[in-house]
Ligand binder design. Structure first.
Ligand code: MG
Ligand code: ZN
Length: 226
């Protein structure tokens, strides 16, 4: 019975996610769903990306948090459209929350939308939002074992960003071992090593964002999901 209920919730969510995709398509907005545990650097990576790309792309941000507008205030200073979702206790964003947010954003004035999910490595993986790509951040200080403890998100990710690489010498994070573990779980995920403090690796990351935004020749701009 419990399993049946969960399935119903997820299929209702998926239907709304499809509507979100259609709406984003209509306005030619490319959406990235950014996920990580709390404090891994979602907001920092989004801010660094905005600063790097904002002369070339019109960026918007949806900030998901259980409460507070702290991250949205930081993004607002970059003078890009930002909308805060407070989930009121929910530990993930769902498609209906994004649908309401999209209705209140100037989509016709945006090329690229960052959706900062609630800091959580578990259920954000279960809820499609209508995004084009899933981005997962793991930071050097939190350890390289996250991939073994929370494999679903690593399996689903289109890009995995190891953040805070400036701190690697002070941690036991083994990037090569992590990279091998990632290949074992997910052949297609691109791996990036960045520091939002020193800005090392940010250009590799933003180059990927630009290249993945480009429409493939003579087909829909969306790649089929495996
Ligand atoms: Mg944040
Ligand atoms: Zn949740």
């Amino acid at each position: 019975m419990n399993i049946k209920i969960l399935k119903d919730i997820l299929s209702a969510n998926d239907q709304i996610a499809e509507r979100n995709r259609a709406l984003l398509d209509k306005h030619k907005v490319f959406a990235l769903n950014v996920m990580s545990s709390p404090g891994a650097g979602k907001t920092s990576l989004i801010l660094d990306t905005i600063r790097t790309l904002k002369k070339r792309k019109r960026v918007g941000v949806i900030e998901g948090d259980i409460s507070s507008t702290i991250d949205a205030e930081k993004v607002k200073k970059e003078r890009v459209p930002v909308l805060q979702i407070n989930t009121g206790g929910e530990c993930h964003l769902d498609a209906a929350m994004i649908n309401r947010a999209l209705e209140n954003m100037p989509l016709e004035e945006m090329d690229l939308l960052f959706i900062e999910n609630v800091g959580n490595l578990v259920c954000p993986g279960e809820f499609k939002l209508g995004e084009d790509r899933k981005v997962l951040i793991v930071s050097a200080p939190e350890g390289d074992d996250k991939i073994y403890k929370y494999p679903l998100l690593f399996h689903l990710a289109d890009a995995v960003v190891v953040n805070k690489i400036d701190l690697l010498p002070y941690t036991t994070f083994d990037v090569d071992g992590f990279s091998k573990a990632l290949k074992g779980l997910n052949q297609k995920a691109r791996l990036f090593r960045v520091s939002c403090t020193t800005h090392e690796g940010i250009e590799d990351w933003t180059d990927w964002v630009l290249s993945t935004m480009r429409p493939p020749k003579q087909t829909s701009r969306r790649q089929p999901r495996p």
